[in-house]
Design a protein around this ligand. Sequence first.
Ligand SMILES: Cc1ncc(COP(=O)(O)O)c(C=O)c1O
Length: 432
Amino acid sequence: MELKRRFSNAISRRDFARSVALGGPAAFLATPALAWRRPDPLPATPASPDERFWDSVRKQFVMPADLAMMNAANLCPSSSPVLETMYSNTRDIDRDASFNNRVKMAEGKENTRKLLAEFLRVTPEEIVITRNTSESNNLVSSGVDLKSGDEVVLFSDNHPSNYIAWKEKAKRFGFTIQVVDQVNPHPGGDYYVEAFTRRLNARTKLLAFTHLTSTVGDLLPAEELCRIARERGILTLIDGAQSFGLLEVDLGRIQPDFYSGSAHKWPCGPKETGVLYIHKSAQSKIWPSIYSAYPGAIGISKTFEAFGQRDEPAIIAFGEALKFQTKIGRKAIEKRARELTQALIEGLKKIDGVKLWTHPDPRRSAAVVSFQPGGLNIKKLSDALYERDRIAGAPRLGEDRPGLRFSPHFYNSHKEVERVLAAIKRYMAAGA
Ligand SMILES: Cc1ncc(COP(=O)(O)O)c(C=O)c1O
């Protein structure tokens, strides 16, 4: 014991001496693995943002300049301000984990709830901070009281957390599932309003669909689907994993009962933080799935969000990510991602042998673009793009609309889109 104490004292004396030699405690902490250059402050967004402005936005991220990250639908990087918030709060807790020091962390969590409510244009009393979209979707499918004789209507292109989850829970609770199939190419919003309407009947209790699909980026008519359900007293769950942080989502207008999202996708927030919105009128219709300590302070979070000990620094950094996007402007972000997408789609259309799965009409798609690169081996092509060309997309293997998926966001540039198109053209001509 004595030896251990003397050893640790020796280390701290040695560290202190080194710290002083390096220019004081701050310099000592800046170990290469933890430090990153703080970017210049983000300039105000001009009325018509140009490539120079978007370049300064890109510099807020620690991604290397030569890497074209076009996989926002899967996972987005966090900006430097978000990293810094996460790091400084984590360090604060690890420096002093007392209840007294952590009071401010609970306040930070409530601040993120407020920011989420502003972002989604609802009230903080309707916000639950979760781990991710998967958890949010499952809190709904486990929490709504459904039984034999009840029906749930699903979209066939829902993510497993909003499809398989319902099918498995139907086995357990006895309700039945009706499915509306996706159609490719996207047949238009009216088609889906009619197709879903045909599936609704007196037994239907809930309609669960995806705002923007992760497979081929089909945009569903969320507001109309919520309206037809609401008129019949049917609850709605919108999976917003691909719309939250990309589109200027206004839940006050769309009026779903439930909306789910992840911070680590389009909002560029920390990993493993997410949101579940629960409309005031639906709060009495859902049971909590988890009962534990540390609930939220207001509204539904008081009963629904007692999830035990949380990663509060990540939750606080989630708020920072929302502030970052709000500062740039959500309209500007959506416009930028859509503009890059249109350039990508237009270029892909001109490459011989490419078959687009994504509809080019911006009323039917947003920033998720999938296509089949002729007969090329998809895995090989995806690996070659990453290894030789420093382009990261997502391979879509299997039978269902196979190919490559690119999902550009506001940190990408037109130059990167051109690089992607040139590379695809080259591989289509010469093989992967
Ligand atoms: C539409 C959709 N829903 C849910 C999810 C699951 O998201 P997470 O892994 O963040 O829970 C995804 C992930 O890609 C998705 O695309």
